[in-house]
Each structure stands twice: as C-alpha cells, then as structure tokens.
Write a protein of this length. Structure first.
Length: 308
C-alpha cells in the first residue's frame, strides 16, 4: 500500500468583502496572501455558519490545488464579471458562485477559515456536531488562519478564536494590515461598513480604523505600512480633562483621526483633523468617554471626562 503525501505553503486570509456597496453580486470576494512563487495544494477556504442552531455547517468551500502565487503573493478569489482587471502580479481564482444574485457570503454570524487538509473538506456538512466551538476536521487537517464576527447574538459560535468587532452592526469588509503576517490575530485586522469601495464609514468601524482605510481588490492592502500599535497612558496628552467640550492635543497638529466612543465601544464622533483642537458636538452629554487619536502608524488611547 502506498500513501500520497499532500503538502502546501502557508497562506493567510488577507481581505474579505461580504457586503460591497450596491449589489452583493458579483462584487463579494475573499483574498489570501502567501509567499510569492509558492504553490498551494490541499487548501480549503471555508465559510462556517455561526448561528447556534446550525453552527459549524460549511456554507461555502473553495478548494485550492496546484495554484502558484504570483510576485505579490496574493490570491484573489472572485468573479471576473465583477473584477475583470486585477494587477498582473496577483493570481486569480475565478469562481462563478460570487455571481449568484443576492450574493453568497453571509453578513451575520460567520467564520472564514483557511484549512490545509489531505482529504476533501465538503460544502454543506456539519463539522461541529456537538456545537462546542471545535471543528471536527478530517485526519491530518489543520487550520492555517481564521477570522469571524457576530451580529450580537450571544449564542453564536465563531471558529478560530478571532472575533472582529465594530461600533455598530457587522462588517461589510475586513482588511489585514499591510505587512502583518500574524495568523489568528485580531490586531492584524481593521474592519467596518463601506460607504464606497474607497471609503469606510468611520462611525461604524473598528476602533483601529487607520487613515487611508480602503478595500483594494486584488492589490496590496492600504495603508501601506506594517500595522498599527496600540498605545495608552502618558504618551497621549490632551487637555483640559474634565472638558467642557473643547479638547486640545499636545504633539498632534495635522492628518490624524480622532474618535470619541462610549465605554461600551459605540463611536459617537469621528473626524480627520488638521488642527490641534476639537470642539465636540453638544449631543455628547456629560460622562466618561474613550478618546483615540489614530495616525498612520499608531493608535493613542485615553479617557476623557465631559462636564459641560
């Protein structure tokens, strides 16, 4: 008896769009990133149901075999009808399923999981029969990367350990920070609702939404830096605190985003500033709030007391 050994290069989820502006079809897509020139075999891009009654069902599976990544390491999985032109350095996996009217990617409780498996992962199979949050995969299979989100359902199950959050609703899109190659990492991602293909809604987004955030189908992610560092404490200086609505910043003068959020994460104010002061709207009442300044490379965070 002989055995065939299947091996494959490491690959990560890189960009996901489930609710594009306008109609979903044919503009949904999933993008992966790996080592340029490497070949993928036995890789399965899976979308697992997260609703408690049907958690673990493989709603959507795309097998990847004998696919060689181009010079930028990107694999763009989409319908060519929606994206007829992509950079030559990107490898395309054309799939007609993204052309189905109404779209195929769920916007609610869902997990996106990249699996290496010597044997097939199938669509419409329950891989979590006892709904314990652990996928029951074929022998020899391993998860390479995963990310997901819920619609606020406390009984939902997300697979892989990374649940993205935002100030309101569920993500239209999620983007891995350029240069961040850490799998199973929430800080590796930003996400939010889309106003257009080039603009996220700053009021319905993750709190680490960077300047220049946008989706880039089949191209390198933006902003083009190695990610954002979360910084809190004395390095973030503003005054007065308590504030009557006017807030002045030390060492921030231009091209930064300021956000004010409630302590439960709801974004109440978000604006790109080119000045060292802001006047908060009157509808932000007295209380304690989270204040963040987001530059191209860092997120500075503190607490501000509003006392009008």
């Amino acid at each position: 008896m002989s055995f065939v050994t299947v091996t494959s290069a490491q690959v990560l989820l890189n960009e996901i769009v489930v609710n594009p502006p306008g109609t979903d079809n044919p503009f949904e897509f999933i993008e992966l990133k790996g080592t340029p020139g490497s070949t993928l075999n036995g890789i399965y891009v899976c979308v697992f149901e997260g609703d408690s009654a049907s958690a673990g069902n493989s709603d959507f599976v795309i097998p990847l075999n004998n696919i060689t990544l181009g010079s930028n390491g990107l694999l763009f999985i989409a319908a060519s009808l929606g994206y007829p032109t992509i950079p030559a350095a990107t490898t395309r996996r054309d799939t007609l399923i993204f052309g189905i009217p109404g779209g195929v990617l769920e916007n609610g409780n869902t997990s996106f999981v990249v699996i290496f498996s010597p044997s097939a992962i199938l669509s419409d199979v329950d891989y979590d029969l006892n709904n314990d949050g652990q996928l029951e995969l074929p022998f020899g299979a391993s998860i390479q990367d995963a990310v997901g989100w819920t619609n606020g359902d406390l009984t939902a199950i997300i697979y892989g350990g990374v649940t993205l959050q935002q100030s309101a609703g569920t993500p239209d899109a999620a983007v891995r920070f350029f240069g961040n190659t850490t799998p199973f990492s929430k800080p590796a991602w930003y996400n939010g609702d889309l106003i257009s293909f080039s603009q996220f809604d700053p009021l319905e987004s993750s709190t680490n939404l960077p300047l220049g955030a946008a989706i880039t189908p089949g191209d390198n992610n933006v902003p083009n830096n190695v990610g954002i560092d979360e910084i809190s404490g004395s390095s973030f200086s503003f005054y007065p605190n308590p504030s009557n609505g006017m807030v002045y910043f030390n060492n921030f003068t231009n091209n930064f985003r300021i956000t004010i959020s409630s302590v439960d994460g709801k974004i109440l104010y978000s604006e790109i500033r080119n000045a060292s002061a802001i006047e908060l709207p009157n509808d932000i009442s007295n209380g304690i709030y989270i204040i963040k300044a987001v530059t191209e490379r860092k997120v500075y965070e503190g607490k501000v007391v509003i006392l009008r």
